[in-house]
Design a protein around this ligand. Structure first.
Ligand code: 1GP
Length: 248
């Protein structure tokens, strides 16, 4: 519970937590070292690493590299059971509750659970919901599951409540990496009003203003990934962190 508690504390102290998703296919080697240092200076609260599709990277080496550079927690965001490594601090133990694909809801978890136990990393049970975001995303395609329609916040709210009743620790409203449209703010509001667990919002967030609006609508954790794959945007990291940390 160490990392989960740390995130809860950040939400209490700063208003919300800011996590940066690293896709090791896009940021690795020297670029990763530099990026991690800038994230640390900019007030990022944690790294997510992994994804629904990865080609030709050594995820474990990348996790070790991040750990050697900073004390910021590294949380695996696993796209499959091949993305589990003991060097990380925790992992989001994701169940794709917006879909009806049994393997994504409980199947892979049965395979992964004993491995996680042996590795000793902290699993953080997360109800993961894909939300329609303009066009089909990698997460949607790879998981063979339908997203929740953008104009149906009540479906998202009922699904999130079920996740809480099942004992999950976070609900993650996901528009998908590189999404055209981020998760609608009224959906975040409806979900965060009904559950007492923190709501993570991610996918397609490209401005500090959008991040702040999501926090104002009740998101406890904001995730950005794609936007910072372009080095020209790295000078905006601090602006994002400040927008998320509204209590600072
Ligand atoms: C994807 O929510 C994350 O899982 C981040 O999305 O890459 O679009 O910022 P972006």
């Amino acid at each position: 519970m160490k990392i989960y508690k740390q995130i809860l504390r950040t939400i209490t102290d700063k208003g919300a937590a800011y996590l940066v998703l690293i896709d090791p296919d896009k940021i690795n080697g020297d670029k990763l070292s530099l990026f991690v240092n800038i994230c640390a200076e900019s007030g990022v609260d944690g790294f997510l690493i992994g994804g629904s599709l990865m080609l030709g990277t050594n995820l474990r080496d990348d996790i070790k590299l991040i750990k050697s550079k900073t004390n910021i927690p590294v949380i695996i965001f696993p796209g499959s059971v091949t993305q589990l490594f003991p060097d990380a601090d925790a992992l989001l133990f994701i169940s794709l509750i917006s879909g009806r694909n049994a393997e994504q809801i409980i199947g892979h978890h049965v395979t992964a659970a004993p491995i996680i136990k042996k590795m000793g990393i902290e699993p953080i049970s997360t109800g993961y919901m894909l939300v329609e975001s303009g066009k089909s995303t990698t997460a949607e395609y790879m998981s063979s599951s339908k997203p929740i329609p953008r104009d149906k916040p009540e479906i998202a709210a009922a699904t999130a409540l079920a996740a809480e009743y099942l004992g999950m620790k976070f609900v993650y409203l996901e528009a998908g990496s590189g999404a055209e449209l981020s998760v609608p703010n009224d959906m975040i509001k409806k979900v965060s009003e009904i559950v007492s667990i923190p709501v993570i919002a991610g996918g397609g967030i490209k401005t500090p203003d959008d991040a702040r609006k999501k926090v104002e609508h009740g998101a406890g954790v904001i995730v950005t990934g794609n936007y910072f794959e372009n080095e020209n945007n790295w000078n905006k990291l601090k602006d994002f962190a400040e927008a998320v940390h509204f209590k600072n």
